[in-house]
Design a protein around this ligand. Structure first.
Ligand code: GUN
Length: 282
């Protein structure tokens, strides 16, 4: 079975190229998209992620800023910072990098962000819109995953899609987006037990379990589309939730780690920020 590796890096690059052009046109109308990313504490991976979000925003012609707050910031202090950004007309998108320190309630913090500036799409209003089919911000990773699946040219409609994982960031929203595209969706999670019984009949598998090498070759239906959302460092090397070398012998299409879902997430964040800025014109 020959497997096509889905080039997320190239697909994201094209999306960003188009976005840069559209941003230039928006700037001519006097609107500069503004993205503010807040990070609390010093988690090394999170610091890297926020720095790349800022860099990407600036490269598109956005105003990109990172607010680095100390680990001992209180929830009240963080909410005050968010209130200030909600009221700032130059800020179109606000993103609070997760995870937050344990003493802060992430749900309260996310709810504090104006839904119109919630470019992560995590606010209950935006999740509610997604699950009722109303317009709103769609979370970045799930939005990117759908584009990666669509890049294969294989129609989603009528297919059996299995989502491994039920997180707020990936599992639940991607299951809803697949449902919206008329797939039959199964969501497996930590209590499912025999995941293979489901994945083996799946035309599309989205692996977002957070465990390195969870999806093995013998769990995949020949020719399936396999999207690997995981990113882990094992013995110094990056790998995903899928055993790549096994999967590529069985799957029809497969995303690599790195270079698959990751670049799409950041591109979609930029798109959501651009869409937030567009609202200034109406
Ligand atoms: N941490 C890991 N992924 C994400 C994401 O998509 N958004 C935010 N805010 N934090 C994250």
């Amino acid at each position: 079975m020959s497997c096509t590796i889905i080039d997320g890096k190239a697909i994201a690059k094209e999306l960003l190229r188009e976005l840069k052009e559209k941003t230039a046109a928006l700037r001519e109308k006097g609107v500069i998209p503004g993205l503010t990313v807040i990070i609390v504490g010093e988690d090394p991976a999170s610091l890297t992620y926020v720095a790349s979000k800022e860099k990407k925003a600036k490269s598109l012609g956005f105003n990109g800023e990172v607010l680095r707050l100390p680990e001992n910031t209180t929830q009240e202090e963080l909410c005050k910072v968010i209130d200030g950004l909600n009221a700032d007309p130059a800020v179109d998108g606000i993103l609070v990098q997760l995870p937050l320190p344990r003493h802060i309630n992430k749900y309260d913090v996310i709810r504090r962000i104006s839904p119109d500036k919630d470019v992560d799409g995590f606010h209950v209003i935006n999740s509610g819109c997604l699950f009722t089919g109303l317009p709103g911000f769609v979370p970045c990773t799930p939005k990117g995953i759908i584009k990666l699946i669509e890049s294969t040219g294989v129609p989603i409609e009528g297919k059996h899609a299995v989502v491994l994982g039920r997180s707020l960031i990936v599992g639940k929203p991607v299951a809803q987006l697949l449902l919206d595209k008329n797939a039959t969706v199964t969501v497996c999670h930590s209590h499912t037990g025999n995941d293979k019984a489901y994945t083996k009949s799946a035309d599309i598998v989205v692996a977002a379990v957070g465990k390195p090498g969870f999806l093995k070759g013998d769990m995949i239906k020949p020719g399936a589309i396999v999207i690997d959302v995981g990113i882990h460092r094992v013995d110094g090397a990056l790998c995903g939730d899928v055993v790549f070398d096994e999967a590529k012998e069985v799957a029809g299409f497969l995303t690599p780690v790195p270079g698959g879902v990751g670049p799409m997430t950041i591109a979609e964040l930029m798109e959501n920020t651009y869409l937030a800025a567009l609202k200034r014109l109406v």
